[in-house]
Design a protein around this ligand. Structure first.
Ligand code: CA
Ligand code: CA
Ligand code: CA
Length: 603
């Protein structure tokens, strides 16, 4: 209603009809590029039921996994708590929740003194049930139904690369097993070239037929894998308990062959070339679509699984979703990258046929430009490669973009690390600039839970997984949050927090302007040093929105190219010139570490 009044007022004043194309309210009808995603780990979000904190287990933390004072153990968050906080998430402007993995995990793993818990959800034993720490099937159903009732989508975090660390190798008990390659340890010999013949007739894992894999009967070609008797039946479905469905070649060193075939720090790496494994995961995750009607998947460690697996899995999931009436089911993979490497990201959309991938290139470019000292040309260079994605630059509109996450740390921490002398005020401004880039440039924004409350963190992984509810972790609570006098020692669900308010505002802006969600993006200005970055978003109706950002601490002024048809401009945010300087040229002035949004029209 308020928007309509505003629109009416604007129309009466300059008599130009400014665009207002809101998104479909029916969540099933909404395209993936129209979403705003909120990502959370349920253990760290809200505790709605203290009775499930130990996951139904009794004993100390090494048995239950529960220790709210330790960053590496369960803290008590659950699905009931999450459901009770949907107002908070929706108030931020999020339309979809990417839920960290909720399948039943091995509660604790790691050698003596190195133990930690599966609070993050990535150490699955039972792929078919909700972990008791998070609640049960009824809690999951209540959560998904409540989200859907609000018009919000639910994206599940899924894993097919590995299970929990259950399989061990005789050759290296309690020590890490180095990777043993297919050349040095072929499938055809036991434990290396001088070993006894094995698996006669097996034509290698490149022949992905059931008949061929029926000839792979022995798993002890590299190491001698075994399952400890106490865990013989711990995995569900039951087929997962047999070592024959795993690579069993030791730990990945994350390059070359081992990137696909190696164990991720001991996590049992599945033989995803085997059609039985492919069908197994189609059945597992298809059932989550059938049972809960979820709206999409985020795929963990996607780059560590062979392309042929995804080529079979993705169409099967999309077809399963269509049969369930979910036409806009979305799938995006995690292709973790340390650098701005679009070729690598795009390869997984072209070769693997993943519908989308998390835009690590964008995150790295934001880190370099907003946190670091590199020029804004890094961003321009990133977008030059958009055409590499399957489907071209149009497909890049669907890439989930983010500025930090639970693995690589938060942008606020990166800024602090890059600028140890920066004031809190400057760090806050830079974080806000990062949010503006996230919401106004192409891609689907993903907000990592806690970023909207000024969480910073001390680093990556466990150090970036602070609780939204009152935390008892000393190494979280020792740090002041940005934009508030609070620390994580108290619950932080504050809709008045300046970052929450900023994100909610950016979300509204994006939702009311189709050009910001789906508009073609043309980079208009960038430089080798920190300073101006400007782009136009061109809507389907040809209308232009200019977004301009300043990564330097001095005012940036420039004439930038715009569409010749954009003769008048309206200030959406900041201060915009009312008219083009000449057809095709527009003057932008952006305050230090600030941003402006100017909507063009013909008159
Ligand atoms: Ca709980
Ligand atoms: Ca293992
Ligand atoms: Ca793998």
């Amino acid at each position: 209603m308020r928007r309509n009044v505003l629109w009416l007022w604007l129309c009466l004043a300059p008599c130009v009809s400014w665009g207002d194309q809101r998104v479909a309210q029916d969540f099933r009808a909404r395209a993936p590029e129209d979403e705003i995603v909120y990502f959370l780990l349920p253990d760290r979000f809200e505790n709605g039921d203290r009775a499930n904190d130990t996951g139904g287990l009794s004993g100390d933390r090494l048995t239950t996994g529960f220790d709210p004072t330790h960053k590496g153990f369960y803290h008590g968050g659950d699905l009931k708590g999450l459901t009770a906080r949907l107002d908070y998430i929706q108030g931020l402007g999020a339309t979809a929740i990417w839920l960290g993995p909720i399948y039943k995990n091995k509660p604790v793993q790691g050698g003596p003194g190195q133990e930690s818990a599966g609070y993050h959800g990535y150490w699955i034993t039972d792929f078919t049930n909700v972990d008791p720490h998070f609640g049960g099937e009824a809690d999951m159903r209540a959560f998904v139904d409540a989200a859907h009732a609000r018009g919000m989508k639910v994206y599940l975090d899924i894993i097919t690369n590995h299970t929990a660390d259950v399989i061990q190798y005789r050759e290296c008990l309690n020590v890490a097993c180095p990777y043993r390659s297919k050349g040095d340890y072929p499938y055809s010999r036991k434990g290396g070239l001088s070993g006894a013949p094995l698996n006669a007739g097996f034509a290698g894992d490149g022949v992905r037929s059931a008949a061929n894999f029926a000839l792979l009967t022995r798993a002890d070609y590299a190491y001698t894998p075994f399952v400890p008797p106490s865990e013989a039946n711990v995995k569900v479905p039951a087929w997962l308990n047999s070592p024959i469905y795993y690579h069993n070649r030791g730990n990945s060193d994350f390059v070359g062959e081992s990137s696909l075939y190696g164990d991720f720090f001991g996590l049992d790496d599945l033989m995803t070339e085997n059609p039985r494994v492919v069908q197994g995961f189609v059945d597992i995750y298809g059932a989550w679509i059938d049972r809960f009607g979820v709206d999409g998947f985020r795929i963990d460690t996607a780059r560590h699984v062979n392309p042929e697996f995804w080529q079979a899995f993705v169409p099967a999931m999309l077809s399963r979703a269509r049969a369930r009436g979910i036409a806009n089911f979305h799938i995006f993979g995690e292709v973790a990258a340390e650098t701005v490497d679009v070729a690598q990201l795009a390869r997984h959309t072209r070769v693997d046929k993943l519908p989308s991938v998390l835009d690590f290139g964008f995150a790295r470019a934001v880190e370099k430009t907003v946190a670091g000292t590199e020029g804004t040309s890094v961003l321009a260079r990133l977008y030059e490669d958009d055409g590499l994605y399957e489907g071209g630059a149009g497909a890049a509109l669907r890439l989930p973009t983010f500025t930090g996450n639970h693995d690589f740390g938060r942008l606020a921490w990166m800024i602090r690390a890059a600028r140890p002398d920066a004031s809190d005020e400057e760090v806050l401004k830079r974080v806000m600039l990062g949010n503006a880039l996230l919401f106004l440039l192409r891609g689907v924004p993903v907000v990592y839970s806690g970023d909207e409350q000024g969480f910073v963190g001390h680093g990556v992984d466990q150090d970036a997984r602070q609780d939204l509810f009152a935390s008892q972790v000393a190494s979280y609570n020792d740090q002041g949050l940005l934009g508030t006098g609070n620390t994580t020692a108290v619950a932080n669900f504050n809709p008045q927090h300046p970052l929450y308010a900023q994100i909610a505002g950016l979300a509204k802006l994006r939702q009311s302007h189709a050009a910001l969600r789906r508009g073609r993006q043309i980079v208009r200005a960038h430089g080798k040093s920190p300073g101006l970055f400007a782009a136009s978003r061109i809507g389907g109706d040809g209308r232009e929105i200019v977004v301009a950002f300043n990564t330097s601490t001095e005012t940036a002024v420039a004439q930038i190219e715009v569409e010749p048809s954009s003769t008048v401009f309206r200030t959406v945010r900041g201060a915009c010139a009312a008219r083009a300087s000449a057809p095709g040229s527009f003057r932008v002035e952006v305050p230090p570490l600030g941003y402006v949004v100017c909507e063009g029209a013909a008159r």
